[in-house]
Every structure is written in structure tokens, then in C-alpha cells.
Design a protein around this ligand. Structure first.
Ligand SMILES: [Zn+2]
Ligand SMILES: [Zn+2]
Length: 394
């Protein structure tokens, strides 16, 4: 019982797909006849409670779980579980997937008896295929699944979009819509892939279709408009990107959510917004950011202005705008600690931008430090070899 519990605690940091599968709340039920009365708080940002009753253990973790771990640790604990069940297996598949170990994820999935495989394990293995670029394997697994739920189809659309197979993604959406109400998540998923592909024609089509099908889904339309504006900017059409973004936001009467990053240092949770100077150690943080910039440039790094979606003010430079992003501030704050934390962990409420992603990969390498950034979409584990676990699919 306790080992299962330890395992879950260790892997919850990886469990973005549980959240997706379980409707934004973690809710896992494990039958167990052993008596257990302990209850324990998880380190979380808002509310979390672990309730253990005599026969059943319910784990219900609300909002973000602020815990991350390493794949080796997860695997060690997994191996120590004498009779892995569907939950432990699925957690491990998910951990493999998020760490770019698609083949290991598929092998473990294949070991689960067919009648025990459930929607969560199917989502996790398809996600693992997606993040490791294993398209044929994903199709094989997808075709074997008898009950294809909206979530299963969405994850397949995600897989196809990440691998730039947009016609097949569109076909899946079209056939889904023949017998179901359209799903806005599928469209946003496809748009994310289109942004990475910088495919402007198809992006415009998808966005306009979204607007006509989902006129009241304001949050999703704002996300779509920002993705499309990013594509214009990434093609050098900065003015068009800015105009498009502001026109759409005005039309949708929405303000963009402010990007925030959090990091926990010495048991204290610190929050940063972009260009934040409210922290008492701000001058040290900005001095560290200057050192980051100098080291990055010395290693051949070029700041990527395509991720700037607002006009640059007179006193700013491309570098100063990008270095002021909240996740870079949170990372710099860790590096001014003594000792520097052995693993740096940051949580961001929006998706990490492409410049922060590329810069963090190089910082992890130059400074020889693992950096874990949990963004609105997934966990990025930047390793000291300069690679990210998402393999640049984000
Ligand atoms: Zn950024
Ligand atoms: Zn990444």
C-alpha cells in the first residue's frame, strides 16, 4: 500500500494526461483492503487533499501539483511495486512519454492485458508516440482501440499535427463531426501544430472555421488568435501579427491573460510577471539575466524576435524584451541562490514561448543544471546535455 502511494506521489509530477483524462482534476481510485488511516498534504499551489479510508483510497488533487521528479526515480519506484496495476503502469507510460521515451512507453503498454487497457492508458501511450515521432505505431494503437472517445481522437489529432500530417488530422476531425458536436480542443490542437510548421494558409482556414463554429468559446478563440499572430510574426510579418492580434482581441472583447511564473526556493513560493521588479533581489536577478545573455551570445545564441508580439518601446531591445519573460526571471532567481538548487523547477500559467524554450535548453547546458518548466501544456525537462524532454514539440 505505502509503496503504491510513494509511487503515485513520485509520478504525479508527470501526470498532465491524468488531468486531461480526468477532466482537470486528479481523481484516482484504488481499491485496497489494507487499513490505512494516514492522511497527507501534497505540496500544491491551491488545494489538495489525500484521503485514505479503510477500503478505498481516493486521491483528489485540485489545480496544479507542484511536484516534479526524474524519470530514473520514477522507474526505480515503479520497479519496487510488486504487482503493478493499471494505474502504476499508466503512470509509468506517462512518465516515459513525457520524457521522450516512446518505445519504452509502447512496450509497457503492450504488456498490459487488452481487457485492462483503459482510456487513460490509451491517451498516455498515444501521447508518448506523439512526443517521440512514432506515427505508424500511433496509428496501430489507435486502430486497435474499440471505443474512440473525444479525448482519444483529440490526442490522435495532436499526434498528427505535431508530426505535420495535417490532412489526416483534418480527416479525423471531419469524420468526428459527422456524428458529434464539434470539439474546439481539436481545432486548437491542430493550430498549435500549424504554428510550429508556420503554415499560414491552413492556419487561417482553421481559425476562421473555429470562429464560425464556436462563436461563444472566447477563451479558445483568443488562444487561436494568438497562435495565428505568432505565425505571422515568425514569418517576419511583425506588423501584420500585431494588427491581427489586436483586431481579434478587440472583436472578442478579451484581454490577454498575463503570463506568470512561479518557483519555489527554500520553501518559499515566489511569483514573477514579465519585467517584474517587485522582488527585493531584483537588481541581482537582472544582473544574472545579463550574465545569461552574455553566455548565450558567446555560445552563438540569437534571440528570436518572432516571439515578440507587441511593439518594442524606445528604451527596449529585442534582448531586453525577451530576457524579461517571467520564466527567465524565475530561472535567474534560482541561479542567484547559494547553493544553487540541484534541480530548478518553474511553473508557468501559459505556454512557454519559443525563445525561452531555446534559451533554457542552452542555459541548462552551459550551467550544467537540470531545469524543469511546467507550462500550461506540459512539463519540459531541460537536461544538462542541452536537450528538452519534449524534443522541441511544444
Ligand atoms: Zn519567453
Ligand atoms: Zn520542451
Amino acid at each position: 500500500m505505502n509503496r503504491v502511494l510513494d509511487f503515485l506521489v513520485n509520478v504525479f509530477g508527470f501526470s498532465d494526461n491524468f488531468r486531461m483524462a480526468l477532466n482537470k482534476d486528479y481523481e484516482v481510485e484504488i481499491s485496497d483492503d489494507s487499513e490505512a488511516t494516514a492522511s497527507k498534504e501534497f505540496p500544491v499551489f491551491e488545494t489538495s487533499k489525500l484521503l485514505i479510508s479503510k477500503k478505498k483510497m481516493f486521491i483528489k488533487v485540485k489545480k496544479e501539483v507542484g511536484k516534479s521528479g526524474s524519470i530514473d526515480q520514477a522507474r526505480d519506484v515503479y520497479k519496487s511495486v510488486s504487482n503493478p496495476n493499471i494505474i502504476t503502469n499508466t503512470s509509468m507510460i506517462n512518465a516515459y512519454g513525457l520524457n521522450g521515451m516512446g518505445v519504452e512507453a509502447i512496450n509497457l503498454y503492450r504488456e498490459i492485458p487488452i481487457d485492462e487497457r483503459n482510456e487513460v492508458s490509451q491517451i498516455c501511450v498515444l501521447n508518448a508516440c506523439s512526443h517521440s515521432g512514432l506515427l505508424d505505431e500511433a496509428w496501430n494503437i489507435y486502430n486497435e482501440i474499440n471505443i474512440k472517445t473525444e479525448k482519444i481522437i483529440t490526442i490522435m489529432v495532436d499526434c498528427l499535427s505535431r508530426l505535420f500530417v495535417f490532412d489526416e488530422a483534418q480527416n479525423l476531425i471531419d469524420s468526428y463531426e459527422k456524428s458529434h458536436r464539434p470539439s474546439v480542443v481539436m481545432y486548437i490542437t491542430m493550430l498549435s501544430g500549424l504554428r510550429n510548421h508556420r503554415n499560414i494558409d491552413l492556419s487561417e482556414k482553421v481559425y476562421h472555421r473555429m470562429k464560425s463554429i464556436f462563436p461563444t468559446e472566447k477563451d479558445s478563440l483568443v488562444s487561436g488568435a494568438i497562435l495565428l499572430a505568432n505565425i505571422y510574426s515568425s514569418l517576419g510579418e511583425h506588423q501584420q501579427g500585431r494588427n491581427f492580434r489586436s483586431n481579434q482581441l478587440r472583436e472578442l472583447k478579451q484581454k490577454v491573460k498575463i503570463g506568470l511564473s512561479w518557483t519555489e526556493v527554500n520553501d518559499e513560493l515566489v511569483q514573477f510577471k514579465a519585467h517584474d521588479r517587485s522582488h527585493p533581489r531584483s537588481s541581482e536577478i537582472y544582473a544574472e539575466l545579463d550574465r545569461f545573455a552574455a553566455e548565450l551570445i558567446a555560445h552563438g545564441y540569437k534571440f528570436d524576435s518572432s516571439w515578440i508580439t507587441r511593439p518594442i518601446r524606445e528604451y527596449e531591445t529585442i534582448q531586453s524584451v525577451l530576457c524579461g519573460h517571467s520564466e527567465k526571471l524565475a530561472i535567474a532567481y534560482n541561479f542567484i541562490q547559494r547553493p544553487i538548487p540541484s534541480i530548478i523547477q518553474v511553473t508557468k500559467n501559459l505556454r512557454i514561448c519559443g525563445d525561452c524554450h531555446a534559451a533554457t535548453k542552452l542555459i541548462a547546458k552551459i550551467r550544467q543544471r537540470d531545469i524543469i518548466v511546467r507550462d500550461a501544456h506540459r512539463i519540459h525537462h531541460f537536461h544538462s546535455n542541452g536537450k528538452c524532454s519534449c524534443q522541441d514539440h511544444f
